[in-house]
Design a protein around this ligand. Structure first.
Ligand code: SF4
Length: 222
């Protein structure tokens, strides 16, 4: 499952066929896109082209990209122009993040990125239907708006932000729905470092979990 492109939702694919024009002309609200280092998770330390789509209906209180929530505040950019930036960056893979990127049908964007020769990673809370052609799915489930069950068979990496004990229960609840091959990661919230001892103690007692840190923040890169 990890090495093959995943294609989702026949319904969504049919819907795209009804979109007039070409996938390159489909527009997405784009907050920012940039070439940087993936700081978190299994692919931490690798160069990656980040595409941050605007719009989020999850609204975590500790969110560090609240300016992404209202998509009307961000310009709509054609897929072709987004992909051009990614292709020119020299990145081997793009990370589609948000906001909550699954608020948008990702089929045109992911298809175009793959046609440009990039692998496509997704970071999502899983709270909206899964669309797109994806090589890697990071599920970061939020208690405020739970993931849809349909995403769990496709999860490559489960990454749970932990602030308190209740989050560890939430992490286990979600891990129980993921494939046995999924990487299981617990991550402290940057502005709440008091959770680090809790996570360290939990991982020592439950070694199926690993710790993910936001290393890009230590390096002061976006
Ligand atoms: S899902 Fe992500 S973008 Fe949305 S509020 Fe939570 S942390 Fe922020």
């Amino acid at each position: 499952m990890n090495t093959q492109t995943k294609m989702f939702k026949t319904k969504e694919r049919k819907r795209i066929k009804n979109v007039p024009g070409f996938p390159e002309d489909v527009e997405y609200p784009l907050m920012e896109s940039f070439y940087t280092i993936q700081g978190e998770g299994t692919h931490s330390g690798k160069p990656a082209y980040f595409i941050r789509l605007a719009g989020c209906d999850v609204k975590c209180w500790w969110c560090d990209v609240k300016e992404s929530w209202d998509e009307s505040r961000h310009p709509k950019i054609k897929t072709g122009d987004i992909v051009k930036g990614a292709k020119e960056s020299n990145a081997e893979f793009a990370v589609i993040t948000g906001g909550e990127p699954l608020l948008h049908n990702l089929e045109p964007l992911t298809l175009s990125l793959k046609q440009a020769g990039l692998k496509v990673h997704l970071e999502t809370s899983g709270s909206s239907p899964l669309t797109g052609q994806l090589d890697w799915i990071t599920l970061s489930p939020k208690r405020f708006k739970k993931p849809l069950d349909e995403i769990f068979p496709y999860v490559d990496e489960l990454k749970v932000v932990v602030l308190k004990n209740k989050d560890l229960e939430w992490a286990e609840e979600n891990a129980g729905k993921c494939p046995s091959s999924s990487n299981l990661l617990l991550q402290p919230e940057w502005d709440t470092p008091s959770s680090v001892p809790l996570i360290v103690d939990y991982v020592k007692k439950n070694p199926k979990w690993r710790i993910s840190l936001q290393t890009h923040k230590f390096m002061n890169v976006p």
